[in-house]
Design a protein around this ligand. Structure first.
Ligand code: BTN
Length: 337
């Protein structure tokens, strides 16, 4: 049995017996390991080592080999054991990588994907030292406060369809937040999450192409959960769930698991029915609709007008003065609204 499997089983036994101290024998019996460990002279050391590893992960465990062990508290971190237990998916996150500290989950995801990581692999970090936003911006990624995650997807779709996936991720994040924080965030095209005019979460969708063939997509998202303050340069336009709920602590593991569960459901639907099937749920959360916007287009041009919604292709529809028809914008960013 791998060290990880033993740690997982120990943790399950400790969680199921939080009211008492569990001896090494009791733990082994509880988890059906007694036979495997029968006659093993080193198993006490294995158990002690596994307990130490759990403690290093932040689990507060009282006791020792003589007294037995007792779980006092679980860490408030995005750790592997808790996340694996919380996910109910059949595909997304089945391959899971968790880091206490990383440069950027998107960069690691890309590296893993290039080296053949499975479709649906999830990469999560407690903290990022080089968290990236769109257009080369920095993503504030302090420990303990946010969710920083990236998914590797190999959807085999046309380039024109990729935009819908970012909106699907945005919708899944909104639904998770609605459930856990009781707030009603909106989607600011192309795929920011806004609340009361401030940014709560962002999505960085990066694709690897071979000619016109999509090899893989890295869908990264950052959510400001229990963040109390922001660097001066973004203070005026950023917010968090803790701020917006007036100090409520949101369980990040459960929120992330809920988002991934919803994303999986939506992703399967997207692959069979396309983006149109969840367009109405995106449209009711459209932050830009009816606002005057200035858009920086991907080709460097600018476009100004009034936002009139999002179409079946995930494009932003803009009413431009002097133009008879609405202009559909496939790629760009909002400079002003
Ligand atoms: C944006 O709004 O500009 C996009 C922000 C995306 C941030 C997330 S955090 C997890 C993943 N790793 C990164 O470096 N960036 C994305």
């Amino acid at each position: 049995m791998s060290g990880y499997e033993l740690e997982k089983k120990l943790l399950a036994a400790l969680k199921a017996n939080r009211h008492r101290y569990l001896s090494e024998d009791a733990i082994l019996h509880e988890e059906g390991l007694a036979d495997k460990f029968n006659g093993c002279t080193e198993c006490a050391q294995d158990v002690e080592r596994a307990i130490e590893i759990l403690r290093l992960q932040g689990y507060e465990i009282d006791g020792d080999l003589d007294q037995g062990w007792h779980l006092i508290a679980c860490p408030d971190t995005l750790n592997h054991f808790e996340l694996e237990e919380a996910l109910h998916t059949s595909f997304l996150g089945r391959a899971l990588f968790t880091y206490r500290m990383i440069g950027s989950t998107n960069d690691t995801a890309r590296l893993l994907a290039v080296n053949g990581a499975a479709d649906g692999t999830l990469i999560v970090a407690e903290e990022q030292s080089r968290g990236r936003g769109r257009r080369g911006q920095r993503w504030h990624s302090p420990p303990g406060g946010g969710i920083y995650a990236s998914l590797i997807l190999r959807p085999g779709i046309e380039p024109s369809q990729a935009g819908g996936l970012g909106l699907l991720a945005a919708l899944s994040i909104c639904l998770g937040i609605e459930q856990f924080a009781g707030l009603k965030p909106q989607i600011k095209w192309p795929n920011d999450i806004y609340l009361d005019g401030k940014k709560l979460a962002g999505i960085l969708c990066e694709a690897e192409w071979s000619g016109s063939e999509l090899i893989f997509l890295v869908l990264g998202f950052g959510i400001n959960v229990n963040v109390r303050s922001f660097p001066a340069e973004i203070r005026a336009c950023a917010t968090s769930l803790e701020i917006e709920t007036g100090g409520k602590k949101i369980p990040r593991i459960e929120l992330l698991a809920e988002i991934i569960d919803r994303l999986e459901e939506g992703y399967f639907q997207y692959l069979t029915d396309g983006f149109t099937s969840f367009l109405p749920r995106v449209q009711v959360r459209d932050y830009l609709r009816g606002r005057n916007v200035l858009i920086g287009l991907d080709n460097g041009d600018r476009l100004s007008g009034t936002a009139r919604g999002i179409d079946e292709g995930g494009m932003l529809l803009v009413e431009v003065p002097g133009r008879e028809r609405l202009t559909a914008v496939a790629g760009g960013h909002v400079l002003q609204c």
